[in-house]
Design a protein around this ligand. Structure first.
Ligand code: ADP
Ligand code: MG
Ligand code: MG
Length: 891
């Protein structure tokens, strides 16, 4: 024990790729390459354990300094150079490297080991004054900035000044003498800024650089990056100290970066760029325009052949696309880094499928390679990456996709304009169920308030429509029909574009690209189906949704919400008539008008899902949602009263107002809704059940096979369900009798209250199925009202780590999940045939889908565009389970 430092050189490295936790990604892969016989500059890695020790105790562990010195000796032996010496000086880079690549960490310092003496030696050795002083001034610049924290601009300013004095445009045009002067000026700057001399002792330089890497683990950038990406603090970072190689030693030198396959398309060809006569960071810094790697073959055929050979070997060894860095020093190729390459969803799928065909990986591995959430990118329109954008503001990327259209501020106006053939973007402070018809016709939705699970976001995702929510920078004035942002004012009809993938709001029209599902995508989804055991259904409210869902692989409808069947100008008057009715008779009359319309809706959906189950949820929201807004009506009534013109109208409006007052609730979420409506206004559910069963009867007459399942929302105990179930059965039998047909159906319930989950044993005796409404179950378990919570305190809770995730996005497995598990166990114990699933936002979220698999649910249900994500996550869940079993067996 006590080994904190790991040496590496071609064919003899102490580390390996397995030791990522200890050596960081960069260090582990350098060791792995070395052991594969790839030529890399020799060096050593100081482990993450040393970093953690240093972070905790503010000093090096015992022996660390000795170990560094020992390893430095080994490097000197391997290279025949000496650190800090005038004769053949050894120069090194100091690079940070955490377990995974982290942009928040310390930047690399190059050319460490140069001082006045070794610079002299290097001038003679390289016979090149310019090269040497370029290296030296870079060291002081990087060291000054990265290690000592002197602002980079201060160095840049001195370079600019030098160029001005010399009347040149480019850094390249500065002579060796110029750079020598700059080196001195940089030293002076360091002294002025920090009150210390640039250290001439090379080991001192090294120690300070190592300390800086250690300290960078806890700098602000790194901490915030860790927070966003959920990287634990206890990982620490490793430090790589590596012999410098120089790509800037002439035209037989160069440097480049690349991928073994195209990271955008997945095409199998070396992809990347390089610069002749340049140092590493020049390629990324964009000082000169790099050449595509495809031209290396012509310029340096031998090097190109070697590079192809090495990168192919690396890809085969790692069995994954590699993202690599290399430097050519006087005709010799050195690899500096390799790691698995980041790629777009499209590329990820193509690469995974190609690698299966090439025999590099099997189908299971291919499935495991794809991040389910990434699939979202493929299923939606996106902004043309080539397009020039004028970004006005950024909101939350609430629903993916891209949209361009004229702005419009009310749902009704949206419908009018779309009927005239225009494309619109609905802009609201926030949306409510009354806006659904406008949202349905809009290209995209933009709101100033609300989170990723606000009404606008949830509905837009359900519709597969692009939505940017909570864009606080826009000031919406719905009365004046305008919004302001950034000094601009947008009136109705002015064009904007939305990027639902990033949350950007863009001025004017933007060209977009349509989603295309590749053959590889279809193939991969087929493999997912072969493996997965969890069912995947869709939340679909309309025949169009149902068709789309089926195309994307839905195995039924897990939730068909029926509230939209009460909206729209043809229906709402009857709904209001029904609500305002003084007696049962009048209420029935109004409902009789609605029934045929809803029957047609149900027919449409059931037909699209021929042969597959369709769960239809009876009316859920409180009735006041179907009535005009209280405040608006109050204003109207007072106006009418003052005008004293139409007495009858005033009376009508007044009685409407009274009804609204009577229906107003202190807390609608916990109020008179769900099955409570069904109990108190049985006619509504009767009408809906009749509409469903008549649709079923008619479809059976058309020889279409259908599997309706009626779902009663929001039950708290078995008595509610027993009453309503009996009603549904009565209606089914009536319809069978009337139409002279027989059909099968199920009656079940939505579990969305903790009490219902706990009392599932009793409830299951009245239910053929349970569907956990995880949105409401999360609200009721946490006691969080979603919109309030997301708008007010959840962001702070996440910031302060009181919550690790937003429970409305990622199922809270510990609390809500436990209730689901308990409910399922108790329910199945009472009714072994009970069919159990979840519906709600979580049904399309990968970690939640996996949880549902683990606790043995029958299916998840999600919005149509999330179905491929759920299918892939379900397959991965099964594979993970198998792997776990395998591990247990091996033990
Ligand atoms: P990053 O994590 O940003 O990729 P790196 O540690 O890879 O940082 O280094 C940044 C740049 O410095 C890269 O272009 C790399 O090629 C170059 N570089 C690092 N170490 C050396 C070295 N020993 N010799 C030559 N160039 C190097
Ligand atoms: Mg790198
Ligand atoms: Mg609900």
């Amino acid at each position: 024990m006590g080994g904190y430092v790991y040496f590496f050189a071609q064919n003899r490295a102490e580390g390996s790729a397995e030791k990522k936790n200890l050596l960081g990604g960069k260090g582990a892969n350098l060791a792995e390459m070395a052991n594969l016989g790839v030529r890399i500059p020799p060096g050593f890695t100081i482990s993450t354990e040393a970093c953690l020790y240093y972070t905790a105790k503010h000093k090096y562990p015992d022996n660390l300094e000795e170990q560094i010195k020992e390893n430095l000796k080994k490097v000197e032996q391997a290279t025949g150079r000496k650190f800090g010496s005038r004769q053949r000086p050894l120069l090194v880079s100091v690079r940070s490297g955490a377990r995974i690549s982290m942009p928040g960490m310390m930047d690399t310092v190059l050319n460490l080991g140069l001082n006045d003496a070794s610079a002299e030696g290097l001038i003679q050795e390289a016979n090149n004054l310019r090269f040497t002083y370029d290296a030296y001034r870079r060291l002081i610049q990087m060291f000054g900035n990265v290690v000592l924290g002197i602002p980079a601009e201060k160095f840049e300013k001195l370079i600019e000044k030098k160029k001005e004095v010399r009347c040149v445009q480019d850094d390249i045009e500065l002579t060796g003498e110029d750079l020598k002067e700059l080196t001195d000026e940089f030293k002076e700057l360091t002294e002025k800024e920090k009150g210390i001399e640039f250290p001439q002792d090379s080991f001192e330089q090294l120690r300070m650089a190592i300390d800086a890497v250690f300290a960078s683990w806890n700098n602000k950038r790194a901490i915030s990056y860790r927070k966003i990406n959920k990287i634990p603090e206890h990982w620490g970072t490793a430090v790589n100290v590596q012999t410098m190689v120089f790509g800037n030693m002439g035209d037989d030198s160069g440097t480049g970066v690349g991928f073994t396959r195209d990271p955008a398309t997945g095409e199998k060809e070396l992809y990347g760029e390089y610069l002749i006569n340049a140092q590493g960071e020049d390629v990324v810094a964009g000082i000169r325009t790099p050449l595509p790697l495809s031209t290396l073959k012509k310029k340096m055929p031998a090097i190109n052949a070697e590079l192809v050979d090495i990168t192919e070997k690396l890809e085969r060894h790692y069995r994954d696309v590699q993202d690599f860095e290399f430097t050519i020093e006087k005709g010799t190729l050195f690899m500096l880094q390799t790691r698995s390459g980041k790629r777009t969803a499209q590329a990820a799928i193509k690469i995974a499928c190609d690698m299966v065909k090439e025999g590099l990986i099997d189908k299971k591995e291919a499935l495991m390679r794809i991040e389910p959430g990434q699939l979202d990118q493929l299923l939606h329109r996106r902004i043309d990456p080539q397009a020039k954008l004028e970004v006005l503001a950024s909101g939350l990327p609430a629903s993916p996709g891209a949209a361009t259209g004229g702005v419009v501020f009310t749902a009704d106006r949206a419908v009018e304009l779309v009927e005239k053939g225009e494309k619109v973007i609905l802009v609201r402070k926030e949306t409510s169920p009354e806006d659904i018809h406008g949202m349905a016709v809009a290209e995209g939705i933009l709101t100033a308030r609300g989170g990723r699970t606000s009404h606008a976001a949830v509905v837009a995702r359900g519709m597969g429509k692009c939505c940017v929510a909570g864009c606080e920078a826009i000031k919406v004035n719905e009365k004046e029909k305008e919004f302001r942002v950034n000094g601009f004012t947008f009136k109705e009809g002015d064009f904007i574009s939305l990027d639902g993938n990033t949350g950007r709001v863009i001025k004017g029209k933007v060209s977009t690209l349509e989603p295309e599902l590749s053959a590889e995508f279809t193939e991969l989804m087929k493999w997912a189906n072969e493996i997965k055991t969890l069912g995947v259904r869709a939340n679909a409210d309309t025949p169009g949704d149902a068709r789309l869902a089926r195309e994307l692989g839905a195995e039924g409808v897990g939730l068909c919400r029926t509230e939209h069947m009460f909206f729209g100008e043809k229906r709402l008057p009857y709904v209001q008539q029904m609500i305002l009715a003084e007696n049962k008779e009048d209420r029935k009359k109004a409902l009789e008008k609605l029934e045929p319309m809803q029957k047609d809706d149900f027919k449409g959906i059931l037909k699209e899902m021929e042969g597959l189950p369709v769960i239809i949820r009876l009316l859920d929201p409180p009735l006041h949602e179907f009535l005009p807004n209280y405040e608006d009506l109050l204003v109207e009534v007072s106006k009418l009263r003052m005008e004293k013109t139409d007495e009858k109208r005033v009376r009508e409006k007044e009685s409407l107002l009274e009804k609204i007052v009577a229906l107003r609730e202190v807390n609608p979420m916990l109020g008179h809704r769900g099955c409570r409506l069904g109990i108190t206004f049985p006619e509504v559910y009767d009408m809906q059940a009749r509409a469903v069963f008549e649709a079923v009867a008619e479809l059976i007459a058309e020889k279409i096979s259908v599997k309706p399942e009626i779902m009663i929302p929001l039950v708290v105990n078995e008595k509610e369900l027993a009453i309503l179930r009996k009603e549904v059965i009565r209606i089914a039998e009536e319809v069978m009798e009337e139409k002279k047909v027989k059909f099968e159906y199920k009656v079940g319930t939505m579990i969305e209250l903790p009490r219902a989950a706990l009392c599932a044993g009793k409830i299951a005796q009245q239910a053929d199925f349970f569907s956990y409404g995880t949105n409401d179950l999360t609200q009721t378990t946490f006691g969080f009202s979603r919109d309030d919570a997301e708008g007010k305190f959840i962001p702070i809770y996440l910031e302060d780590k009181i919550l690790t995730d937003n429970p409305f996005e990622i199922l809270d497995q510990e609390g809500v999940g436990e209730l689901i598990e308990i409910g399922t166990q108790r329910g199945r114990k009472a009714n072994k045939d009970l069919e159990v699933g979840i519906c709600g936002e979580h049904g399309g979220e990968p970690s939640s889908v996996k949880f549902c698999h683990r606790i043995g649910l029958d299916y998840v249900s999600c919005s149509p565009y999330r179905i491929p994500i759920a299918r892939l996550a379900a397959a991965q869940a099964k594979l993970e389970e198998d792997m776990l079993k395998e591990e247990v067996r091996a033990k």
